[in-house]
Design a protein around this ligand. Structure first.
Ligand code: MG
Length: 371
């Protein structure tokens, strides 16, 4: 059924539910001896037991394997693969509150009671008729008592709620759903295929729209030579230093790396493509200004920065005292708050040109999200 077995879907619905701690599956003995791979315990324990001759025997065998610490026990037909998290929620809550609960749907067709000849004996008021589904939920002690009484008195029932009713407990109805159908006939299976396909399409669509609105990450890297007689500008802040970065404009490696990260996240090339050295417009422009323009370009494409993280690699001077001013300047240029901008300094331990103080580099990562 849309590539997944009915039982697999039913088990997955419970394994995925945040309030479910353990799943016990009763299977025909020969299947229980060699259960399918999807019944191996994963994120939650799955216990496989052999079922019995009657439904209630299977439930009793499964109940014996339930964690003694369980507060509420749900019983579900494996043949209802379309149970939703909301139905499970409602059943757990009502069972916890009332002791016993079951998912049910109101009868939509008019209900007739027939006599022995097969003629209508009477019409039953539809408003009071509910069709029982599963899950059915019980406080542990309530189900234990009902199963014990059923075993003692040799009572048979088509659902556990009937045993609980017989034991004198109230059973609360919670809203089921028409799609929470039980697959018992080939006709049911055909309807189920349609539901499975529809839900597969819906989740593919959700994935598609998630893709369209997804966050995007970009990285940037920049390196400039360090020479005497130049200012050292990092993140738009002038830092006292005996050398500065060589290059056009202010050669601010922090702003250049972040600019590339922003543009890269939306696959728009790099700083050189948008602000070429050869273009007079950018002659003398501050790198902080170019960064603000890059943020504006990204915004035109529907994105804003979620956070930015930068590592500056240089041997000297220490940038620690200037980091907060740099973060504030960058945040202001990008249009976010300073807590979303991280800037860290690192030396190269004397290794290579950066380690010898001949160059400075910066690495940046930016996460963008759709506005
Ligand atoms: Mg550069």
């Amino acid at each position: 059924m849309a590539g997944r077995e009915v039982l697999e879907r039913s088990v997955a619905a419970f394994v995925a539910h945040p309030q479910v701690r353990q799943v016990v599956v009763a299977l025909p003995a020969e299947l229980a001896a060699a259960p399918p791979h999807y019944l191996e315990s994963g994120v939650k324990p799955i216990v496989v037991v052999a079922g019995g001759a009657r439904r209630q025997d299977s439930v009793a065998n499964a109940f014996a394997a339930v964690d003694p610490a369980a507060e509420v026990v749900l019983v579900h037909d494996a043949a209802r693969p379309f149970v939703t998290p909301a139905i499970i929620d409602r059943t757990i809550e009502a069972a916890r509150d009332a002791g016993a609960a079951l998912a049910a749907v109101r009868a939509r067709d008019t209900v007739k009671q027939a006599n022995a000849q097969g003629d209508v004996d009477r019409t039953i008021a539809r408003e009071s008729i509910y069709l029982a589904q599963t899950p059915q939920g019980f406080r542990r002690a309530v189900l234990e008592e009902a199963l014990a009484i059923a075993a003692r008195d040799s009572v048979e029932a088509t659902d556990e709620a009937a045993l609980v009713e017989r034991a004198g407990h109230a059973v609360r109805l919670v809203a089921g759903e028409a799609s929470n159908m039980k697959i018992t006939t080939p006709e049911d299976l055909a309807i189920a295929e349609t539901i499975a396909l529809r839900s597969a399409n819906a989740s593919a669509e959700r994935r598609g729209s998630a893709k369209a609105s997804a966050e995007r990450a970009g990285t940037g890297y920049d390196l400039h030579r360090l020479v005497a007689g130049r200012r050292l500008v990092l993140g738009g802040i002038s830092i006292p230093s005996d050398r500065g970065a060589l290059g056009h404009s202010d050669a601010d490696v922090v702003c250049h790396a972040i600019t590339d990260a922003l543009l890269g996240a939306v696959s728009l090339g790099d700083i050189g493509r948008h602000f070429p050295d050869s273009d007079r417009r950018w002659k003398g422009a501050s790198s902080l200004d170019l960064l603000a323009r890059a943020a504006a370009i990204v915004a035109e494409h529907g994105f804003e920065a979620a956070n930015i993280d930068v590592t500056v690699v240089l041997e000297a001077p220490k940038i620690r005292d200037y980091v907060d001013a740099m973060r504030a300047a960058v945040a202001n240029a990008v249009g976010i708050t300073a807590d979303l901008v991280s800037i860290k300094g690192k030396t190269n331990e004397g290794v290579d040109a950066i380690g010898r103080g001949e160059a400075i580099a910066a690495h940046a990562v930016a996460l963008l999200r759709r506005k």
